[in-house]
Design a protein around this ligand. Structure first.
Ligand code: ADP
Length: 419
C-alpha cells in the first residue's frame, strides 16, 4: 500500500475528490502500483452517497489482482478487439494488445495471438489503472508495412491510369491520322476516277467521230477503230463495275450469287475475252489450268471480276519485262487462282496496305498510271466472302504474284462469309 500512497498524498486525494463532487461527478479516485514482489494492486476511494453533513466518511474498494489479470482486462481487450471500431479495422491483419508494467515490457496480460514482437503504440492507463501501460500492434505486420502496401497500391493505380491516358492519346492520334489519310486518299480517288472516266470517253468520241465522217479508206483502219472503241468501253464498264461494287460493299448491300461452277471454264472464258488485249500490248501470256479442279460454289461474276482486276494490274504495272502468267490448280482443300507478272513489284512495307480501299503505292511510277485504288480491296472482299483470301508475294523490280485461294468446302464459305 505504501507504494501507491506515495503517488498522491492524502490532502491531494481529498481535494481531488472534492473537485469531482463540485463538477457533479460521483467522486472516485483510483490508486495503485506494483509491490516489490511484482504483484499489482489497485484501490478505489470514494465518498459514499447520502452521508449526513456532520459526518466524514470515505469508502475504499480494493480490486483482486487475479480477477483483474484473468477476467476483467482480458474480457475488456476482447471486447475492444472484436468491436466494429473502424480505427482498429484492418483487412488482412487483425490488431492485438497487451498490458505491461512501465519499466518491464513483458506482457502482464495479453490478448490472444500476441506475437511477442515490439508494439507499435503504447499508452499508459491514466487515472483508473495507474502504473499499467497498454501496448497495441497489428498481428504479423507493422503500420509502416501497411502504409507501404497502401502506397504501392496507389502507385499501381496511378501507373494504370497513366497507361490508360497514354493509350487514349495514342488511339486518338491514330484515329485522327487515319481519318486525315483517308480524306487525302478520297480526294486522290476522285481526281483519279474523273481522269479514268474522261480518257476512254474522249477516245471513244474521237474514234466514233472519225468513223462517222467516213474519211477512212482502209478496211483495217475501221477494224482498228472499232477495236479501240470496244476496248475503251470495256475499260469504262470495268471501272464503273468496280465503283458500283465498292459502293454496295460500303453500304453493306453487296450480295453474292453462289452457284456450282466449273472454275476452269470460267477462268478460260474470262481470259479469252482479254487475251487479245494482253497480246496486243506485247505481253507474253502463259495459261496453266489444271484438269483436276472439282466444281466449286462461287459467284461467277465476282470471281471473273477479281481475275480481271489482277490481270489488268499486271498489265498496268509492268515495264520492259512484259509477261503475264495465270494458273489455276488445286492445293489440299483449296483451289488457287494465281496471276504472275514481272513488273515493277511492291515494296514489302506496302504489301498489306495495297488491299485497303483507295490505297495506291507511293512509287512515282504508279502515279503516272491511271487507277482508282479500289481493285484489290474488291478482290479481297470477294475472296473473303467466299471463305478464302488473297495473298501477295512481290519483289520490287522483279515482279508480283497474287493468289486468290478459295475453299473447296462450301461449309467453310458460308461460315466465313456470314462473319
Ligand atoms: P489501282 O490499280 O486502281 O491503283 P488497286 O487496288 O488495283 O488500285 O491496286 C492498289 C495499288 O497496288 C496500285 O496502285 C499499285 O501501286 C499496287 N499494285 C497492284 N497490283 C500491282 C502489280 N501487279 N504490280 C505492282 N504493283 C501493284
Amino acid at each position: 500500500m505504501a507504494a501507491g500512497w506515495a503517488a498522491m498524498e492524502a490532502p491531494d486525494m481529498a481535494s481531488h475528490l472534492r473537485m469531482m463532487a463540485e463538477k457533479g461527478d460521483q467522486p472516485v479516485g483510483f490508486f495503485g502500483g506494483w509491490t516489490l514482489r511484482r504483484t499489482y494492486w489497485n484501490v478505489a476511494f470514494f465518498i459514499p452517497p447520502d452521508v449526513p453533513k456532520d459526518r466524514v466518511a470515505l469508502g475504499v474498494v480494493a480490486f483482486d489482482e487475479d480477477y483483474l489479470r484473468k477476467n476483467f482486462l482480458p474480457t475488456m481487450m476482447k471486447d475492444v478487439l472484436t468491436s466494429k471500431s473502424s480505427v482498429l479495422r484492418a483487412d488482412a491483419n487483425s490488431p492485438v494488445m497487451m498490458i505491461h508494467a512501465p519499466k518491464d515490457s513483458t506482457p502482464w496480460v495479453a490478448s490472444a495471438n500476441w506475437d511477442g514482437e515490439k508494439p507499435e503504440m503504447e499508452r499508459s492507463f491514466a487515472d483508473i489503472f495507474p502504473s499499467l501501460v497498454l501496448a497495441i500492434k497489428y498481428q504479423g505486420t507493422t503500420i509502416a508495412d501497411i502504409g507501404m502496401k497502401f502506397l504501392r497500391y496507389n502507385y499501381t493505380v496511378l501507373a494504370a491510369l497513366c497507361l490508360l491516358m497514354v493509350g487514349g492519346i495514342w488511339l486518338t492520334y491514330r484515329n485522327v491520322s487515319r481519318e486525315m489519310n483517308l480524306a487525302r486518299l478520297k480526294s486522290d480517288f476522285v481526281a483519279n476516277v474523273s481522269h479514268e472516266l474522261r480518257t476512254p470517253l474522249a477516245l471513244i468520241r474521237l474514234y466514233a467521230e472519225t468513223l462517222e465522217l467516213g474519211r477512212l479508206t482502209a478496211k483495217e483502219k475501221y477494224q482498228e477503230y472499232f477495236r479501240i472503241i470496244r476496248e475503251e468501253s470495256e475499260r469504262l464498264t470495268a471501272l464503273i463495275n468496280n465503283i458500283l461494287d465498292f459502293s454496295r460493299i460500303e453500304a453493306g448491300r453487296k450480295e453474292y450469287e453462289f452457284k456450282e461452277t466449273n472454275l476452269a471454264d470460267l477462268v478460260r472464258s474470262t481470259l479469252d475475252s482479254y487475251r487479245f488485249q494482253i497480246e496486243q500490248n506485247g505481253f507474253a501470256f502463259e495459261e496453266n489450268i489444271s484438269g483436276d479442279i472439282p466444281p466449286v460454289i462461287v459467284d461467277r461474276e465476282a470471281i471473273a471480276r477479281s481475275l480481271l482486276n489482277l490481270v489488268n494490274n499486271a498489265l498496268k504495272y509492268s515495264k520492259d519485262q512484259k509477261y503475264i502468267g495465270v494458273s489455276l490448280y488445286r492445293a489440299n482443300s483449296r483451289v488457287n487462282l494465281e496471276v504472275r507478272d514481272r513488273g515493277i513489284g511492291i515494296p514489302a512495307n506496302e504489301q498489306e496496305k495495297i488491299f485497303e480501299k483507295f490505297y495506291r503505292c507511293g512509287d512515282p511510277l504508279v502515279h503516272n498510271i491511271k487507277g482508282s485504288g479500289l481493285g484489290l480491296s474488291l478482290v479481297r472482299h470477294i475472296a473473303r466472302a467466299h471463305g478464302g483470301d488473297v495473298l501477295v508475294e512481290s519483289t520490287p523490280e522483279k515482279g508480283s504474284k497474287f493468289t486468290i485461294a478459295l475453299p473447296l468446302d462450301p461449309g467453310l464459305r458460308t461460315a466465313e462469309a456470314a462473319a
